[in-house]
Write a new protein. Structure first.
Length: 395
């Protein structure tokens, strides 16, 4: 699935920078990012988020709806689309909310938004009511749209903020149980069976979630799922007392990480998405208990996967590229242009320094780690949208 650069039509003015040792990948696609605009532009903007995506080799992303205003009507959705059309350097496909204000009480205007939204999601919040989720799935099915779900049972959270595992017990932290994730997935699987609605599960982190989805696929349920790089290469034993290790769902146990890798290998997991969720430096400076959930990931995703899974022989490069490019695009019907690609030096290693990020968010659990794989150029429809001028010797 990977291609050497000779098979891509590199614009003539950039051919002189190419070397035989470089690798060219088709444009990555992330179906789960938070660009924070409108409403929270002090955390990230469409412009900075899309620039960060280009730095990571992405040419298409899908933005989640926890914004202000929430895209729960055509009017509100258009506010985000106007900014995307003005500022995005890659393709940005917005989600529309499932419920008004993401409150889980009243169905949003799904009919009105269907032609402008990539799918419907209340990401950041699980839809707590089975009746509401059934109504949403029934409506989405009639519109030929997909429901994309953040699965979390609020009644099981009990104030937790990291996984209810080894680290929480040893350090006196409040834990989030895995049941809060997989029980809602199991509920939604039954609703998807009943309604026939195509269903995609966000950022799975627990071994029971993997098994529930695997079983549902065997039974013919129209279901797909994603996980994130950090869940595949870290577990709660890797936690530190810093906000850059806090995300939702949390890093779970070693067995969960191993189950997720097995889910990648056997095809249970259909996409790797970053859940790129930037916050301000001040917000993320309050440790595990006081910081908001969310880390950034667009600029480290491929290097993390390449370094920790491919170079170690755990997962093939072809599988990683499928999960970053082809499988998510196929599921979400996101086109891939022949002019969408990125150029990488896979032999170049470096220490992760958040100051080098183009994202306004700097919180990453990979800070200070050595990673292989440096993105040198990214093209969208043959237009250069990112270039590492220093490494290419331009400056």
């Amino acid at each position: 699935m990977t291609e050497k650069f000779e098979k891509f039509d590199i614009p003539a003015e950039y051919e002189k920078y190419m070397k035989d040792s470089y690798t060219v990948f088709p444009g990555f696609c992330d179906v789960h990012v938070h660009f924070r605009e409108p409403g929270f532009s002090y955390k990230e903007t469409i412009k900075t988020g899309s620039m960060a995506a280009a730095h990571g080799g992405y040419t298409a992303v899908c933005t989640m709806p926890n914004l202000n205003p929430v895209p729960d009507s055509v009017e509100h959705l258009n506010e985000q689309i106007d900014i995307i059309e003005k500022d995005a350097v890659i393709n940005v496909y917005p989600y529309a909310a499932i419920t008004v204000g993401q409150k889980g009480e009243k169905l949003a205007d799904l009919s009105g938004m269907k032609d402008k939204a990539i799918a419907f999601s209340d990401d950041g919040r699980g839809v707590q009511s089975s009746e509401m989720m059934k109504e949403a799935m029934t409506k989405a099915k009639s519109l030929s749209k997909m429901i994309v779900a953040h699965c979390e049972v609020n009644d099981l959270l009990n104030g937790g903020y990291i996984h209810d595992g080894v680290y929480a017990k040893e350090h006196g932290h409040k834990g989030i149980c895995s049941e809060s994730e997989y029980l809602q997935i199991m509920r939604d699987i039954e609703l998807s069976k009943e309604t026939g609605c195509p269903y995609h599960v966000c950022h799975i982190s627990a071994k029971e979630s993997v098994e529930a989805i695997r079983k549902a696929k065997r039974e013919g349920v129209n279901i797909t799922c994603e996980t994130a790089p950090h869940y595949l290469v870290m577990c709660d034993e890797d936690l530190k007392e810093e906000g850059r290790f806090k995300m939702n769902p949390p890093l779970r146990g070693r067995e969960d990480k191993e189950a997720l890798i097995e889910g990648v290998l056997d095809g249970t997991i259909d996409a790797i998405a970053t859940d790129h969720a930037p916050h301000s430096k001040e917000e993320k400076s309050k440790g595990l208990s006081g910081s908001p959930f969310g880390i950034v990931g667009l600029e480290t995703a491929f290097p993390v996967l390449y370094t920790k899974l491919v170079k170690t022989g755990i997962v093939s490069l072809e599988k990683i590229i499928d999960l970053l490019v082809y499988s998510p695009r196929n599921r979400f019907n996101i086109p891939l242009s022949s002019g969408d690609f990125s150029v990488w030096d896979l032999n170049d290693s470096y220490i992760v320094n958040p100051d080098d990020f183009l994202s306004m968010g700097k919180a990453t659990p990979f800070e200070g780690e050595e990673l292989y794989g440096r993105c040198l150029m990214t093209f969208k429809d043959y237009k250069l949208v990112y270039i590492d001028e220093r490494k290419l010797g331009i400056k």
